[in-house]
Design a binder for this molecule. Structure first.
Ligand SMILES: [Zn+2]
Ligand SMILES: [Zn+2]
Length: 456
């Protein structure tokens, strides 16, 4: 299908909505690798230059052509959003870049976004890769924060008090009357940030500030979009918990305290497509946040983790401009092998396509915490819904049949438990239940299993 036709169809689809419907983009984790076509520094395996994809490779951070392409795909699809959320991580997964490299990359992507969307309000945060050395976001005034504040000055003009950006790269500003954005620097809680540790009461005083801003917003009858890079909780496969445990608890408590006025929360960092739900003791969903998949197709490998491929992605949210309520989102993606093949065969520009429309794909009425909570419960018991979720998790790139029942339990427990301890309890209970079910089916009467089963 022609690219223009795809956009036209989506335009008609999105156009059939009332006048108080608004849109905003969330784009995350470009991780541009300037050495992609030469030294391939971010690649887990060096590729034969003749084989290396023109638009990118699942084992590497992307070349500029993909970074550029992602932003202009957004522009072609929805050139006039009400605002844009960009949650950072601009540099590649390589320790070799200097402060000057970092500044050049952040400035280039900043200019790219502004050129494609001139004058559109942007709410933006740094990622843990937007520091030299990587992860080290200072919990105090810093010359790099000052430099970024100058670069982003037109965008930070919406910030009510720029001093918080100089102090810790966080700020708040009004989206429209009654709707506020609160941009947090959650790199301050990242357990790989050696400039802080869990014994610090409140790095850069951000949590106290958040409490004040949210309390005032509630008094002013405002609703709030919360923006950050590193999310609370652990990644869905259970292989990483991002924050120092103390900060994970504190930020979760702060979100729960103010859940009534949070209409949406948006994080990046994980690169896969998922979400989290905060529930009360009765299992009622109170709040939620989105994990928007990345532009980079780079896949994580380590001695213990074999990451799975995922395609480049950008996300368009649809919301109610009167009350901020999130109606839906449209997940766009680039089929990377297909795009590279088209280029090889001289068939033209890559086609970013609609991967799914959340309400239709998951059969939910909207994308509020209530609906995401109900969806998370379905993931436990409905195989087809879980398979759809898992296909989306990998942005249509990886086979989903290697996720066994323990893997599935980990996903569901991570989604429903942003608290580290509660995730562990949930996961242990789920895998023990699985063992009990197997024992029951096969009439296994091992003493250990029986004892375990009697305890849950
Ligand atoms: Zn990232
Ligand atoms: Zn990150």
């Amino acid at each position: 299908m022609e690219l223009t036709l795809i956009f036209l169809l989506v335009g008609v689809w999105m156009g059939n909505v009332s006048g108080d419907t608004g849109y905003f983009w969330h784009v995350a984790d470009h991780h541009y690798d300037p050495s992609y076509s030469s030294k391939q520094e971010s690649c887990f395996q060096k590729q034969d230059p003749d084989v290396l994809g023109y638009y990118g490779d699942y084992l590497c951070d992307p070349p500029w052509v993909l970074v550029n392409n992602s932003i202009y795909a957004m522009q072609k699809t929805k050139p006039d959003p009400d605002f844009i959320i960009w949650t950072g991580d601009s540099t590649p997964h390589t320790p070799h870049h200097t402060l000057e490299d970092l500044k050049e990359i952040v400035a280039n992507i900043t200019n790219l976004i502004e050129d494609a969307f001139p004058g559109v309000p942007k709410f933006v945060t740094l990622g843990n890769h937007d520091f030299v050395p990587v992860h080290l976001s200072p919990p105090h005034n810093d010359s790099f924060y000052n430099w970024v504040a100058e670069l982003w000055a037109p965008w930070l003009a919406r910030a009510e008090n720029i001093s918080t950006f100089h102090k810790g790269a966080y700020y708040t500003g009004t989206v429209t009357p009654g709707i506020r954005a609160v941009v947090l620097n959650t790199n301050l809680y990242n357990s790989k940030n050696n400039l802080v540790d869990g014994t610090m009461p409140d790095p850069a005083d951000q949590l106290a500030w958040f409490d004040n801003i949210m309390t005032k917003a509630a008094l002013d009858n405002e609703v709030v979009h919360v923006v950050g890079h590193v999310p609370p909780g652990c990644i869905e496969d259970g292989t990483a918990k991002w924050f120092y445990p103390e900060f994970n608890k504190k930020l979760n408590d702060a979100i729960m305290k103010h859940h009534a006025i949070i209409v949406g929360a948006y994080f990046g960092h994980q690169h896969y497509d998922s979400f989290k739900v905060y529930m009360d003791e009765n299992g009622e969903p109170l709040s939620s946040f989105f994990l928007t998949p990345s532009v980079t197709p780079w896949t994580y490998f380590s001695a213990t983790v074999n990451g799975s491929a995922h395609n480049p992605a950008v996300r368009l949210f649809q919301y109610n401009k009167e009350n901020g309520k999130l109606n839906d989102f449209f997940q766009y993606y680039l089929n990377l092998p297909e795009a590279n093949k088209m280029r090889r065969l001289g068939l033209g520009e890559p086609q970013w396509e609609l991967e799914y429309k959340a309400t239709e794909y998951f059969n939910i009425p909207d994308v509020t915490a209530t609906s995401l909570g109900a969806l998370s419960n379905k993931l436990k018991i409905e195989d087809d819904v879980f398979n759809k979720y898992l296909t989306a998790y990998y942005v249509n790139a990886s086979a989903i049949d290697n996720c066994d029942s323990a893997c599935r339990s980990s996903h569901v427990c991570a989604i429903q438990n942003p608290d580290f301890d509660m995730y562990e309890q949930c996961y242990k209970k789920a895998v023990t239940s699985d063992a009990c079910a197997v024992a029951s089916v096969w009439k296994i009467s091992l003493l250990g299993i029986l004892i375990l089963c009697s305890l849950i």
